[in-house]
Design a protein around this ligand. Sequence first.
Ligand code: GLN
Ligand code: ZN
Length: 767
Amino acid sequence: MLTHTLGFPRMGRARELKTALEAFWAGTSSRAALLETARSLRLRHWTAQVQAGVDIVPVGDFSLYDHMLDMTVRLGVAPQRFRQDGQPPMPDDLDAFFRMARGGEGVAALEMTKWFDTNYHYLVPELERGQVFRPDASGLLEQLAEAHDAGLRAKVVLPGPCTFLHLAKSVGPDFDRFELLPELTQAYVELVQALADPKRGAAEWIQLDEPVLALDLPQALPRRFRTAIETLARAARPARFMLTTCFGSMAQNVDVVSGLELDALHLDLVRAPEQLDGVFAHLAPGTSLSLGVVDGRNVWRVDARKALALLSRAVERLGVERVLVAPSCSLLHCPLDLGDETLLDPELRGWMAFALQKCEELRRLADCAAGLEHSGKASCADWLAENARAQAGRAASPRLQDPEVRRRMAAATPEMLFRALPYPERAALQRQRLGLPLLPTTTIGSFPQTRELRQARARFKRGELPLQAYEEAMREAIRDVVARQEGLGLDVLVHGEPERNDMVEHFGERLSGFCFTQNGWVQSYGSRCVKPPVIFGDVSRPAPMTVAWARFAQSLTDKPMKGMLTGPVTILCWSFVRDDQPRAETCRQIALALRDEVADLEAAGIRVIQIDEPALREGLPLRTREHDAYLRWAVDAFRLAVGAAAPETQIHTHMCYCEFNDIVEWIAALDADVISIEASRSRMELLDAFRRFQYPNEIGPGVWDIHSPRVPGADEMLDLLRRAAAVIPVERLWVNPDCGLKTRAWPETMASLDNMVQAARKARKEL
Ligand code: GLN
Ligand code: ZN
């Protein structure tokens, strides 16, 4: 039974790719050096996979920035602004490539957005009517040759045309990019033929990734998708052709592939094991099934018993030769090597597997399912017994369950989701207590994080800076930030978050049930990686997390100081989450912990508390029919966290994205007294959704795009306020930036905030 992976992490053990990219961008290293790093990473990663027991390694999954951008370049569909004399850049033109990724003088980069429901961001292709495609397989052919030279069995990976079109955006009026599918398919045919040609690529396998098949597709598409895939399967001969789906069940789209002559079809059986039984009847006699039974999205060891049950069902129906074993999706979404985690608690470590360990699991599973006696060092029976012991040990571990948390969860009542008074009455009390002017001004939480600040935190963490000196550095930063805000004349102040490295990590470190890795990096976009905390057990709050700094900050001013928390859904979405209970349960536990924090902040005299939920929307399931169930528990978790706040305590929330259209009613259901949102780039257009829904509470639509160092003028912001006031009653409007200011520098921050306060003053007179 063959094992394969759909894709692999790119960064390298020491994030070598990040270092190489950033040196290249800074002009301190050469193109040749960057390409050499990339080449050696590819080779190292292939070799490591093979050594772990993978039979067929992926080629083309590697990218210097993003695999969708690679596809855009490979298809020759760079948008006009990146062309010279109408010609798209050559695929090996690195400067042009990075200009598309990161922008350049006067040219905006391609938009970036999330890859399905992962935290990986891809660059959005832009397509226009009459788009011409110029396929170029040279880059892939080179990488394929590298793999062949190393004596490896290789499978070339391509994001499929259906997924490519789905994820692209249409430029220009009345243009439906799916019109391009036939031409796009032809371009893919050329690529696939070059790769398959025994005299050129001589690829053994070609893998077409179509995660779009896990979504609900508009009616006309499945038939057209089928034609495209069928065409490509044929064009791929004599190479073998594998179609992959992932991130959910493809059962609703099984007609797309039913009876097609594919060499293999891959299913994500971690997300959707239930789709297996229904698929057999749709397989052509020569089609093998690739079973994604090892979780490519999380850090836990495989449950061998469950995985083998699925594998045996497939073997019974198809025979050993027609079954392959794989991770559920590309391993891009999980960290590289658990072997590097020397500081992790050994018990927790024993429950985990990172990308390389997952490759070993594939080998074991394949050998056990094929009935081979020995798999590597241990016999199958031994490995299975060891795996079962580990699973049982984890399930029975006292560290998983906290009786006190269980008791509180069971005792939680629906009344706990409700504030004592409805918004209009709360608003009156809050107005009285806080004494705020019309159009109150505030910021989102963080202030510029200078190098000294970051250094102080890092040195404290390493034990180089004593606690007292660290705390004094933080106090100094807070004093400075408070004084500046008073000087500027802002109405509701913040402490600036100098003690926080990351808005999730900061809380994870203070909650039980969380652990942290040293090297568990996952690519977020380009050279950027995140190191998500791992939630392994019941979550509780041993002690107040933010109260001391909030109290100190409030002691420096008579103005209201906002307490600043990260919301339960955001903490959940940006962590690796335990897989032994529903996410909703884990989220509720976090909410209960935050509920205590809210109470303690109130008791410390904090009158305004903000609970950030920037990840609320991205947690939305891929399938529409699952949206409401998710939004219900997500919104309830937020309400559970704030429900006990006194009516005169003003609860804020913050979200930074601009797609609210389909979820405004749920945003309203949060019942936060005030929400701040990113709005400046859409020029307040997104407020329309709030107007249409008659959003009842207060809103602070951002008037300053904090993603750029540009200082917006007071008049510009006044204009945005006028636009906002045209849709939302002025008594319910706040004035604030789009998001936190931690990535900005001080000069532009002061200038912009000064202009923002001026704009608010003018608006108060005028509106
Ligand atoms: N309070 C956080 C900050 O200001 C919010 C960050 C976010 O929305 N991503 O940095
Ligand atoms: Zn934000």
